[in-house]
Ligand binder design. Sequence first.
Ligand SMILES: *Cc1c(COP(=O)(O)O)cnc(C)c1O
Length: 319
Amino acid sequence: MIPTFADVQAAADRLRGHAHRTPVLTSRRFDAEVGAEVLVKAENLQRMGAFKFRGAFNALAKLDADQRRAGVVAYSSGNHAQAVALAARILGIPATIVMPHDAPAVKVAATKGYGAQVVTYDRYTEDRERLGAQLAAERGLTLIPPYDHPDVVAGQGTAVMELIEDAGPIDALFVPLGGGGLLAGSCLAARALSPQVRIFGVEPEAGDDGRQSLAKGEIVHIDTPVTIADGAQTQHLGATGFPILQREVADVLTASDAELVEVMRIFAATYKTVVEPTGCLGMAAVRALAGRLPGRRIGVVVSGGNVDIERYAALLAGA
Ligand SMILES: *Cc1c(COP(=O)(O)O)cnc(C)c1O
């Protein structure tokens, strides 16, 4: 099933009172630098520190009584894990989370802190999707995928829905791209509320499978990309969102790790806010287009702020 804007609206109703309506940040200084009006949807300030709470909560809120009793399982490089763990705790559902053994310590600790059971795997040698499916089958759990699910896509769309409701129509939208759940949901909301908008996905330079997939017209699989953008280390786009991306996305752009660090610095110094490397993808593309977006109203989704503080300091120090 391919979700529609009506599903995003229904998700917004479910999320009301549970998710934060995050602020839209602006900076005259940055606007002057790039020559555009940049509207930053600050999902680094969302509950558990990323937009993923939206999709996870929406998916869990739709489970029936039997599914809730049995519990849920999720696999994630971090933020989806915390999102499912927190949503499950709020809804009183037991959660098991499959995480890479090298996931940022802050993300593992937070997931356990929300009361979930954590099972680890090796992200370079083991197949997390198979492990998740196996746990689901063995224990009767409902698998909540990080992006390839209509309820997850619809929930993620609520961030851009709020951005346009709060800030008005936009000419262009820049969204971090991993498996495409956030981008697909954002497309549904943006096209409905700001029909003329040009929508761009932004992925790490080390893994441009999204760009390849849209060029080829089919989902391209790649090896796990090596990048500091750990929230976008996906090997392929999700089938649920792909037709939406094919229909709505103008182009897929990329950003290097060095550009992401530069943007982390801008968020700290100019916007006074902590953003994780993956969360900087959209803004990195806007910065690269400086001077070529004259006077335009630009929406940017800042997707998350979960980064070990020591690692954050080391990245900013150039270590
Ligand atoms: C998961 C995640 C993404 C990518 O989202 P997809 O729906 O997989 O494309 C981007 N940024 C952050 C911070 C994330 O946690």
